[in-house]
Design a protein around this ligand. Structure first.
Ligand code: UT7
Length: 324
């Protein structure tokens, strides 16, 4: 069984506001705010690896856990913007941390990656293979954002969140539910740079190394599967929606969060929302939101916290945590 003993986050210093974006593409603060809830996002310095952001968040999580880097047995990094196509960003992070005793791998589950990573870490501990697991969601989405495409460039930001799980007598993760639908994989993707369409002059010219998204199709699916995932995870924990103390959803669009929470009947004061400050940070969104909720003392011991995420793949998931 496992519990969370440390949590940390890091966002780059540079703030890019909606007003800054008005100067780059044909958009407005009014459109972005009313359609998404986003006011600003953070942008990492050019050529920063996701492992660098992950390192900053992990240092804080480690400090709060009381563990040393050498105590970590496993590092799982959820990212779609890894430092390089391979090796894993988890290996780069291991080297930054000098966590020499850890096994390392990345999780590719887009915006759901942090919950997929947490579920993996939890199960590795439950299965007895590892004792101390570092799970990080880290993204430099600015590196795959097409700054000429107003339909996507206003949505995303950079950041990282990290959690340390350790073996314990009681489980603080009460349940997890993960789902996917590969038949919809083309509606949110980076088309080129993989084996199917390796980098070439043509792919660069056609801007195929940037994110492409069919926003309103995704919106409808997101609401449906996030409602379903939260329901399954809460039922799996033997609880009701009324037992939830804090709901921490993926921060892709404030209207998605409102639609999901209305359908499951969670009141506004029980939802953690920080999208206005960071935009969508993919796998880092739920990790950073969980960390900020903790830092702002919105989570107390024994509170029931529900993560609920959705992203490209398509992938989704929800996890119920009883805060230890
Ligand atoms: O992280 C997980 C995956 N991501 C998501 O789940 C995102 C889900 N989707 C969304 O959040 C929303 O669909 C968006 C925020 C992406 C778009 O909002 P929307 O209300 O679905 O807008 P739309 O795509 O239907 O576009 C409406 C109009 C269009 O103009 P016309 O065709 O009606 O004249 C767009 O060209 O808004 C226009 N538009 C913009 N206008 C100003 C699109 N982007 C912008 C922009 N500024 N940045």
């Amino acid at each position: 069984m496992a519990k969370i003993i440390g949590i940390g986050k890091y966002v780059p210093e540079k703030v890019l506001t909606n007003f800054d974006l008005e100067k780059i593409v044909d958009t407005s603060d009014e459109w972005i705010t009313t359609r998404t809830g986003i006011k600003e996002r953070r942008i990492a310095p050019k050529n920063t690896g996701a492992s660098v952001l992950a390192y900053e968040a992990s240092k804080i999580a480690l400090k709060r856990s009381g563990l040393k880097a050498s105590d970590i047995d496993l590092i799982v990094v959820a990212t779609i913007t890894g430092d390089t196509p391979f090796p894993s960003t988890a290996c780069f992070l291991q080297n930054h941390l000098k966590a020499a005793n850890a096994a390392c791998f990345d999780v590719s589950a887009a915006c759901a990656g942090f919950v997929y990573g947490l579920a993996a870490g939890w199960q590795f501990i439950k299965g007895g293979l590892y004792k101390n697991v570092l799970v990080v969601g880290s993204e430099v989405l600015s590196s795959i954002t097409d700054w000429k495409d107003r339909s996507t460039c206003v949505l995303f930001g950079d950041g990282a969140g990290a959690v340390i799980l350790t073996a314990s007598k009681k489980d603080s993760i009460l349940s997890a539910y993960l789902g996917s639908d590969g038949s919809e994989s083309e509606i949110l993707m980076v088309p080129a740079g993989g084996s199917r369409l390796p980098a070439s002059e043509e792919t660069v010219k056609n801007r195929l190394h940037f994110m492409k998204m069919k926003g309103n199709e995704l919106f409808r699916i997101a609401v449906r599967v996030m409602v379903q995932a939260a329901g399954k995870a809460i039922k799996g924990a033997g609880l009701e929606f009324s037992d939830v103390d804090l709901f921490v959803p993926h921060q892709a669009n404030e209207r998605i969060i409102s639609a999901v929470s209305e359908r499951i009947g969670i009141p506004r004061e029980k939802i953690y929302i920080n999208i206005s400050r960071y935009g969508n940070m993919s796998s880092a969104s739920s990790a950073v939101a969980l960390c900020e909720a903790y830092e702002e003392k919105k989570i107390k011991k024994d509170d029931i916290v529900v993560l609920d995420v959705f992203g490209g793949g398509l992938v989704w998931g929800s996890m119920v945590i009883k805060w230890a």
